[in-house]
Design a protein around this ligand. Structure first.
Ligand SMILES: C[S@@+](CC[C@H](N)C(=O)[O-])C[C@H]1O[C@@H](n2cnc3c(N)ncnc32)[C@H](O)[C@@H]1O
Length: 729
């Protein structure tokens, strides 16, 4: 190869000629034809010359390989669309769009602002398909249409400084290029086609920077087939220490993370008293019995009398050990299912394992539905959910949102918004207690104290909190933000499967105290009508049109929280039930299984305003969760997805379990009996955990060693048994 030549330049030229350069006018076309005729590869200089001629065309070469090109939309979009289709056919996969500078373009079109100002702002708008693969094409068309309309209004053919404002659609040639999306920070500044709720706020400002600079992993936005291929290629058999060392390490990891986020002075892993445990057990018992559908005979909670041993009825279902010992040899499918989203955080990774007996890396079979793109914030597709997108925009106007002016006492510290009667956010938080019909409802939604339900059994419409956010004076760093711990992702977890029957699940790999906001359930906000097919198994209801209008909106109206006009619009956003769909995009919440005695309970926490798009689904622990325990949710009695195989949760009071008959005809005292069982079970497990921790501390050193020492993060795993290199991807 001669110097200055690129092996693929000829291909590029052909591409230009056949496709995107067609509209660049005669001069460009003529030059191109000349070059083609010369029957030799074009030089870099010639390409440069062409680039200058077609002022808005950019050929990008990175590390000697042609990665993609930019179309300038000049005459019309039909050609571009035809080219898109052609490329999709050739590559047999959808092409994702990357749209730049459309905002500036639009501003200019509307004749607003002076050009220099607009140039200075340079607010690129990046758009990527939100609804996953199946809606790509639809979404793309919408974008096309919108751009075409803009283009029709006025055509700009100027040169020089104007060139930056021509809308360009970037069609990556290889999947890897997709990772060149703008950081989401940019997307949030001026969303044009897609509305992204929330910025990537985290409690540690340093982290935000790191986070934003992180790039997408090439895995993200691949087709499902490619993803399966990728995961299969990446899988490796690994050996772990066969004692509890792994769990000890996970404990250290948790501590490190708490420390790193500056939470160690405010958040403590607290253990409940026996009375508190029993109170939670009573709620668990009520909730477990809801699975039976029929009205139960309730009884007043009675005090728990600690007996020395577990009740015999409970013995058969409680494991011999509450603390799990990880298998020595495992098939690791991924070191981190959040991919490079979190690559800078060695402490925060979500590995995925297959622990099926006899499964080895060469006979690994993965189901398609494990493929998804990891996201941190709920998203709304402006095209499919215009109402929700609109209400988010409206809520950003003064008077339509709630924020506080509070400031932290010491710089970098936490503000005391909670129990500050002047804080509007705190007052709203307390106002929500009125949703609960219980007389003495004191359910506390603050940042660091364990959540305790008082009164009613938990349900969306009668329990919820309001949290400070980044628009407040405190920036959300205060004690009135129940989302802090969940969003800090301090609890290490792993995804694993043991049998085909129930697929992949989530387990905690460290201790989680009761009443803690463990994680958020993240997904795409969609209306009821879009939840179909596989999405039925991966969606969670976020708002209920009947209940929410009856309770939540009625309360907001009564308390005159918002102006009447906004309240009316708010009501519109509750016209249909809204779900969080995490089939294509979500977080680890999509792997949560159902249990008749679930250890997580979803609670809605609102921020800024009160539309479904402002609600966060936070998973609180209903009891102390032991290291290695599976994280579960109660899917509710309406969920029919378990009917095929029957519930496999294995809980004592499971509706598919041995004792189902007993629980369906439970006497008044049965609830108390069940609560007693749960309490005894928990006391035993906490006792075992403490003994285990003591033993680990003796064996491996203190748990609370100097957290800043690098060698404090032990190397928990040995090398893969088989060295496998990625090829052909
Ligand atoms: C949200 S997904 C959970 C993740 C899923 N196991 C996977 O591998 O992607 C829900 C599906 O998991 C299965 N599932 C969840 N809980 C179950 C249970 N207790 N018993 C049996 N299957 C369950 C059902 O097939 C259900 O439709």
């Amino acid at each position: 190869m001669r110097e200055g030549h690129h092996p693929r330049h000829r291909e590029v030229l052909e591409g230009f000629l056949n496709g995107e350069l067609r509209d660049y006018g005669e001069a460009v076309e003529h030059r191109l034809r000349q070059l083609m005729k010369s029957n030799r590869p074009a030089t870099m200089m010639e390409i440069e010359e062409l680039k200058n001629m077609s002022y808005n065309m950019e050929l990008r070469t990175t590390k000697g390989s042609f990665e993609g090109y930019i179309f300038a939309v000049k005459e019309g979009l039909q050609d571009v669309e035809a080219e898109l289709r052609r490329m999709e056919n050739v590559r047999n996969e959808p092409i994702y769009l990357h749209v730049k500078n459309t905002y500036n373009f639009r501003e200019r079109m509307n004749g607003r602002g002076n050009m220099q100002e607009i140039q200075k702002q340079q607010l690129p708008t990046t758009m990527a398909c939100n609804r996953g693969i199946y809606d790509t094409i639809k979404f793309r068309r919408e974008v096309m249409r919108e751009m075409f309309q803009i283009e029709q209004k006025k055509r700009i053919r100027g040169k020089g400084p104007d060139r930056g404002i021509i809308p360009a659609i970037h069609f990556p040639l290889n999947g890897g290029d997709v990772l060149e999306r703008e950081p989401e920070e940019e997307m949030n500044k001026k969303p044009h086609f897609a509305v992204i709720l929330e910025d990537e706020r985290n409690v540690n400002p340093n982290m935000v920077r790191e986070w934003r600079s992180s790039r997408y992993h090439p895995y993200v936005k691949r087709t499902v087939d490619k993803k399966i291929e990728w995961l299969t290629e990446d899988s490796a058999q690994v050996i772990y220490h066969h004692d509890k060392y792994l769990l000890y390490c996970e404990g250290v990891r948790l501590k490190n993370r708490v420390e790193k986020l500056g939470l160690s002075n405010v958040f403590v892993l607290r253990e409940d008293s026996v009375e508190q445990i029993h109170k939670r057990s009573y709620h668990l018992a009520l909730r477990a019995l809801e699975n039976y559908g029929a009205p139960q005979a309730w009884c007043e909670m009675r005090p728990f009398v600690l007996s020395a041993t577990l009740p015999t009825e409970l013995r058969h279902y409680s494991h011999k050990h509450f603390i799990y010992t990880p298998p020595t040899e495992r098939l690791r499918i991924s070191t981190d299912i959040s991919w490079s989203r979190c690559e800078n955080y060695t402490d925060f990774k979500i590995p995925m394992y297959s622990d099926r007996p006899y499964e080895l890396w060469h006979n690994l079979i993965l189901p398609r539905n494990i493929c998804f793109d990891y996201i941190d914030n709920n998203i709304v597709d402006k095209v499919t959910e215009p109402e929700l997108a609109k209400i988010v925009e409206l809520a950003s106007q003064e008077g339509n949102h709630i924020k506080c002016p509070c400031k932290p006492i010491t710089p970098g510290g936490f503000a005391n918004c909670f129990e500050n009667s002047n804080c509007p956010c705190y007052k709203t938080n307390i106002m929500l207690r009125k949703l609960n019909s219980a007389e003495n409802n004191k359910t506390v939604f603050n940042s660091f104290d364990p959540l305790e339900y008082n009164g009613d059994t938990p349900a969306y419409h009668n329990h919820g909190g309001f949290a400070c956010s980044e628009i407040c004076g405190c920036g959300g760093r205060c004690n009135n933000n129940a989302l802090i711990i969940a969003q800090a992702k301090i609890f290490p977890t792993e995804i694993y499967r043991k049998s085909d029957l129930i697929g992949f699940r989530v387990r905690a790999t460290s201790y989680i105290p009761a009443g803690t906001p463990v994680m958020e359930f993240i997904g795409e906000l969609v209306r009821d009508r879009y939840v179909e097919g596989d999405a039925l198994d991966y969606s969670m209801q976020l708002s209920d049109k009947m209940e929410d209008i009856k309770y939540l909106l009625a309360l907001l109206a009564k308390e005159k929280v918002f102006p009447a006009t906004f309240l009316k619009q708010l009501r519109q956003s509750y016209k249909e039930d809204v779900f969080l769909d995490c089939l294509h995009q979500g977080n680890k919440g999509r792997f949560l299984m159902h249990s008749c005695v679930a250890n997580l309970e979803p609670v809605r926490i609102y921020q800024k305003s009160f539309s479904p798009a402002h609600a966060k689904m936070v998973m609180y622990s209903t009891k102390a969760i032991m290291p290695g325990e599976q994280l579960t949710l109660n899917y509710g009695s309406g969920y029919v997805g378990l009917d095929k195989v029957g519930c496999q949760c294995g809980a004592f009071s499971c509706k598919n379990g041995r004792h189902a008959g007993v629980f369906s005809k439970l006497s008044v005292h049965g609830v108390c009996f069940l609560a007693d069982c749960f309490t005894a079970h928990q006391i035993e497990s906490i006792r075992e955990y403490e003994a285990d921790r003591e033993e680990n501390n003796r064996k491996y050193g203190r748990f609370d060693v100097d957290l800043h020492r690098k060698d404090n993060i032990p190397n928990i795993e040995s090398k893969p048994l088989v060295d496998r290199r990625r090829n052909n991807l």
